[in-house]
Write a protein that binds this ligand. Structure first.
Ligand SMILES: [Zn+2]
Length: 280
């Protein structure tokens, strides 16, 4: 697997690092014109970096790497996994905040429903978007940003960024950031590499392009459709200051995620935490 850090050790070996899963019926129902060759279902954002201390961060590199302007986070070569890690978050390490994050949209069927629920509960979230999907639903991107949510990149076609040449990064990273920035009217500077596949070199290359790499600290694995109860339980387990929770609004049938969302919001707030957007 080379430099790829599959962040839940052992998990990647089971799923294979770069599995393209056939599109789901729901994705197919969108119409062939909207289904990019790079689409997928379920979204393979599986590996959860819940135990970052065991991840061989830095790949053995001992020398600290200066943080590039505009990205990289205070962790240098490491991706950011907690709200306080993210430059400009305005959040301290002990602040009782939690960030809900949604990957793999915007989806014309499910993302509007997620937004409706967030609005009903006056809860902000952050959406890590696929570039081609954002291009297909520009009004949805504008609605997300206009609702006070964070907008961030999840590459153009859900590509494994650890395998990209500079030309590949220009498409997957620069093109997506330019599109999202133009639609939202503000610079989009956060990116979540698909599947959480990162290595120190990639984080540095992204930082050089002005992008901060943001992963997560709590994975619901909602894309496996484990049942609403399980999604809620996983989301609420281990909530602590700065937790970033991974959910999905695209990539397949997200009805379980929709059912879980109000209970997740209520459960987080009942523990005295405030929901915050990130990457705004
Ligand atoms: Zn994804």
């Amino acid at each position: 697997m080379g430099f790829v850090l599959c962040l839940a050790l052992g998990d990647c070996a089971g799923t294979g690092p770069h599995v393209m899963v056939p599109a789901a019926p729901i994705a197919a129902a969108r119409g062939a014109a909207l289904v990019d060759p790079g689409s997928f279902d379920p979204p393979p954002d599986g590996p959860a970096p819940e135990a970052p201390d065991v991840v061989p961060d830095g790949g053995g590199a001992a020398a600290p790497v200066p943080r590039a302007a505009g990205g990289g986070g205070p962790n240098g070569q490491r991706p950011d996994r907690r709200v306080a890690d993210i430059p400009g978050s305005g959040v301290g390490p002990g602040d009782k905040v939690v960030a809900l994050t949604f990957d793999d949209g915007p989806d014309p069927i499910f993302t509007p429903q997620v937004l409706d629920l967030l609005a009903q509960h006056r809860a902000p979230a952050t959406f890590f978007m696929i570039g081609w999907e954002a291009a297909a639903s520009p009004d949805l991107v504008k609605r997300i940003a206009g609702g006070g949510n964070g907008v961030a990149s999840h590459t153009w076609s859900h590509a494994d960024l650890t395998r990209q040449s500079d030309a590949g990064l220009r498409l997957q990273v620069d093109k997506t950031a330019a599109l999202l920035s133009s639609l939202t009217g503000s610079n989009v500077t956060c990116i979540r590499p698909p599947q959480g596949h990162v290595n120190p070199g990639l984080v540095r290359r992204l930082s050089d392009r002005g992008m901060t790499t943001v992963l997560w600290s709590s994975d619901t694995r909602d894309w496996t459709r484990p049942g609403t109860e399980t999604i809620v339980r996983r989301a609420l387990a281990g909530v602590s200051p700065g937790t970033i929770i991974l959910l999905h609004d695209g990539g397949g049938d997200r009805r379980q995620t929709l059912e879980a969302l109000p209970r997740i919001i209520d459960g987080i707030r009942s523990q005295g935490y405030r929901l915050v957007p990130i990457c705004r």
